[in-house]
Design a protein around this ligand. Structure first.
Ligand SMILES: Nc1ncnc2c1ncn2[C@@H]1O[C@H](COP(=O)(O)OP(=O)(O)O)[C@@H](O)[C@H]1O
Ligand SMILES: [Mg+2]
Length: 312
């Protein structure tokens, strides 16, 4: 079976006045992925997700879902998408059951069995009759997910679903995501500002910073301990990039950042890379291996907040 492209984002840009919140972002989510969408606070995750859900319009770029253009097939597409963004909007004075039933009606007919099944999936069946005001944050979050699931969408988008939850709440959400992917064959896009919350469940990871893609890859690849990410700085990074693109290293190139060229290679290959760079007549300023993706993520996303995004 051919894997279907569930989300295809190409050259997406969102500007708010002089702030570029999302900057030329492209990525693809395939059927069956748990796609981890990472970036620190303010990186542009929610802005991207809001564009995927047509809550705001892109400044530039294109979005396709299920192979259809989001602008021209909006309704058809959104019927197959379930999302929880920000805090789920539920009625505190109604029970979990009544909340779910109420929201489900907005999507057509719903049976008692369907409501109970859905509460079962999110682990709330035994609390079905309890008012939501007695729920923990994690339970409310899971109820929000049940609401997003009631119309049986193919794609589920969760914006920082573990934010503000205690460790048990985080574990519950993680297990629920795995269940949805493995047992129910859903595709999920899950954002987080913490790599640790996503690395064990994501099949693919995209890291953004200041609206730009930093790295994208399968978790197996990115967390492969024999691989390392190397940042190369030269006196002319654009030229370095061009040289590397024409070399045997081209398939290892990660992305084009202004400040450095980033490459992911086998640790053993570092001396060879060094020799090749010198032979390409590049004036090397630094060649820094980052030993884990986590180190790398922390480094590229830490420190300076949106300072340069404002001046773009
Ligand atoms: N409606 C808006 N108007 C102006 N700026 C916004 C708006 N929404 C988001 N931003 C800005 O865009 C940037 C990205 O925000 P956001 O997408 O919420 O980041 P994340 O979800 O990754 O924390 C931030 O600098 C934020 O302040
Ligand atoms: Mg956000």
């Amino acid at each position: 079976m051919m894997t279907q492209e569930i989300i295809k984002v190409d050259g997406l840009v969102k500007k708010f006045h002089n702030l570029t919140a999302v900057n030329n972002l492209s990525f693809t989510v395939n059927e069956g992925d748990v796609y981890g969408f990472l970036g620190q606070n303010g990186a542009g995750k929610s802005t991207t997700i809001r564009m995927l859900l047509t809550l705001i319009a892109p400044t530039l770029g294109s979005i396709e879902l299920f192979g259809m253009n989001l602008q021209t097939h909006r309704n058809e597409i959104l019927q197959q998408v379930g999302a929880v963004i920000e805090k789920p909007d539920v009625y505190k004075y109604l029970s979990a059951y009544d909340n779910l039933k109420l929201f489900a009606r907005l999507n057509g007919k719903v049976t008692h069995k369907k409501v109970m099944d859905q509460l079962e999936v999110v682990g709330l069946a035994d609390r079905a009759k309890d008012k939501v005001k007695t729920f923990s944050q994690g339970m409310k979050q899971r109820l929000g997910i049940a609401i997003a699931l009631i119309h049986d969408p193919k794609l589920i988008v969760l914006d920082e679903p573990t934010n503000g939850l205690d460790p048990q709440g985080i574990a519950d959400i993680r297990n629920l995501i795995l269940h949805l992917c493995k047992e129910q064959k859903k595709t999920l896009l899950v954002s987080s500002h913490l790599l640790t919350e996503i690395e064990h469940i994501a099949t693919k990871v995209l890291i953004i910073d200041k609206g730009r893609k930093i790295i994208e890859g399968s978790s197996a690849d990115l967390f492969d301990p024999t691989q390392t990410i190397v940042e190369i700085q030269t006196t002319d990074n654009a030229f370095a990039l061009q040289q590397l693109q024409q070399s045997n290293w081209r398939n290892s190139l990660q992305l084009e950042r202004n400040e450095a060229v980033v490459i992911k290679i086998d640790k053993q290959a570092i001396p060879q890379l060094h020799r090749d760079l010198v032979n390409m007549n590049l004036r090397l300023l630094s060649l820094q291996p980052k030993h884990s993706l986590e180190d790398y993520f922390l480094q590229v996303t830490s420190g300076k907040q949106h300072v340069d995004a404002f001046t773009n």
